[in-house]
Design a binder for this molecule. Structure first.
Ligand code: ATP
Ligand code: MG
Length: 500
């Protein structure tokens, strides 16, 4: 025994008190004695006691009264009754009143020790059970507090929150969600998501996520529109402690005002670009007249200055045209004239047009085409723009003497175009930004390249409007490959890759 346990022996017979003491002390117990119930209660008041051995009948306060008092004041101290032969029935009464056990006189030493030890074990077990119960109650309380806190936070959020389980039953939502999606709170306890939303886009995104659990940080971001309200929906899977999928969460953010501002900005840029293009074209026209000698002879110096000015004006016009393209694509009017096309012709023309530019720089520009290309449904002018931008980039960002290779490879239901160069490459951290409007990588070797940083954003806009995708792979110092995937036409139908 690590801590000495105390046994209180209550008996009016001295021989019993001393007998018990002799039996229990060598077993490591501290033994206290009392001559009757009253004295016993006084001892209990001052001494921490673990077990009571109590004679059934005593002149002053017998075992029944002791049991009652102990039961009230020290409920977790087990009481063992000592009885004579003829009084077993009374001892059983005592058991009913809460005594732990009884021993009959005359008793054997090992029996007393056994009963006391069992009482102590029971006491320890009861104590442990009580502790666990208290702990459980505390944990439940903490959990309830936490739940209530989270619920309050979620309810106060301006963003809509929607949580489902794996069976797409809605398990949590907040008032903002109801307001943003103009929904009525579901009447059923566990409403099915598709019934609640009636919005396929969101449900499909969640199904996609659930079908292919990826890493815990995987998010699907998409824009939804409800009337005039534009929403950004971010969805993710919820994982349990063992990485099992528990369900989904979606947070909806109202981006209507941002969209309106964006539209205002686009309109503004569009108008200003338009206003600038006309006078600039006129200036360029007049310069050309002068340069052509129609307004009199020019000196070499005048010609040089005018030519330089002419180049600058052309640069400005290119930028304005790019800005107008961006605005057109963003408004969705850019790629409306989609017809069945063989892109091989457009590729050949574009490469031919850019050949001289490549030659000037001592670059080899190669086109690799298979004998036949599947047809695509696309806007010819937009496609020309895509190839021009990608090939120009290849030429611009490849040091003199390098190679730019353009190729087309059919891949069953889609067509892949590649523009590869042996150029300066793009650092991995720059790759996510190069498709942003006006973004240009600062690279010492390409500082002289003139550009506005709009080319790739135009490419991306056009390709996405054709339900295709653009990817880039690059190794700094080695080269870059842009891959464009476009759906092909099969049996006169446009293959729908968005739904794959
Ligand atoms: N093939 C490439 N190799 C290396 N860097 C490239 C390549 N293509 C694009 N980049 C980088 O991405 C940036 C963005 O390209 P983007 O075509 O959008 O704009 P730009 O070429 O700078 O200007 P412009 O609007 O005239 O095309 C470039 O400034 C360049 O730093
Ligand atoms: Mg460019």
């Amino acid at each position: 025994m690590s801590v000495q346990e105390t046994v209180l022996v209550v008996d009016d017979e001295k021989v019993i008190r001393e007998g018990c003491s002799r039996i229990l002390s060598p077993e490591g117990f501290r033994v206290l004695t009392a001559v009757n119930g009253q004295v016993a209660l006084e001892v209990l008041d001052s001494e921490a006691t673990n077990v009571i051995l109590c004679d059934l009948k005593m002149p002053v306060m017998g075992a029944l009264e002791v049991l009652e008092e102990v039961g009230q004041r020290y409920p977790d101290i087990p009481v063992i009754i000592i009885t004579g032969h003829g009084t077993v029935e009374s001892a059983v009464d005592c058991m009913k009143k809460g005594a732990y056990d009884f021993i009959t006189k005359p008793f054997r030493a090992d029996h007393v020790v056994l009963v006391v030890k069992r009482a102590l074990e029971k006491q320890a077990l009861e104590r442990r059970t009580r502790q666990l119960q208290e702990e459980r109650a505390r944990n439940l309380y903490d959990l309830a507090t936490e739940q209530s806190r989270i619920r309050t936070i979620v309810n106060c959020m301006a963003d809509g929150v929607l949580v489902t389980n794996r069976d797409f039953e809605v398990v949590l939502f907040n008032p903002a969600l109801m307001r943003l999606l103009e929904l009525k709170p579901p009447s059923a306890q566990a409403a099915v998501l598709s019934d609640l939303l009636g919005d396929k886009v969101l449900v499909e995104a969640l199904q996609t996520l659930l079908a292919k659990p990826g890493n815990e940080t995987e998010l699907i971001s998409q824009e939804l529109q409800r009337g005039r309200t534009h929403l950004r929906a971010l969805s993710a899977l919820i994982y349990g402690p063992d990485r099992e999928v528990l369900g989904t969460i979606t947070v909806l953010h109202d981006i209507t005002s941002f969209k309106e501002l964006d539209e205002m900005k686009s309109n503004f840029v569009h108008q200003v670009s338009h206003e600038l293009r006309t006078p600039l074209s006129a200036i360029k026209q007049q310069h050309s007249v002068i340069l052509d000698g129609l307004a009199g002879e020019l000196t070499a110096k005048q010609r040089e200055l005018l030519t330089r000015g002419q180049d600058r004006i052309q640069g400005l016009l290119d930028m304005i045209n790019d800005l107008l393209d961006v605005a057109r694509i963003e408004s969705g009017h850019g790629v409306q004239q989609q017809v069945v096309l063989n892109l091989a012709d457009i590729l050949r023309e574009t490469v031919a047009l850019l050949e001289s530019k490549a030659e000037e720089r001592g670059l080899s520009l190669e086109l690799e085409l298979p004998p036949e290309l599947p047809m695509v449904q696309a806007d010819a002018r937009s496609m020309e723009e895509v190839f021009t931008n990608l090939i120009s980039n290849g030429i611009n960002y490849t040091p003199d003497g390098g190679t730019v290779t353009v190729s087309a490879i059919p891949h069953g239901e889609y067509l892949e175009f590649r523009v590869s160069d042996s150029g300066v490459g793009i650092a991995p951290e720059e790759i996510p930004k190069i498709f942003d409007k006006f973004y240009r990588v600062k690279h010492p070797e390409t500082r002289q390249v003139i550009g506005t940083g709009l080319g790739l954003s135009i490419v991306k806009g056009i390709i996405e409007a054709h339900r295709g995708s653009v990817e880039v792979e690059s190794k700094p110092g080695v080269g870059t490959t842009f891959r464009v995937l476009l759906p092909t036409i099969s049996g006169g139908k446009l293959i729908d890759y968005g739904q794959e």
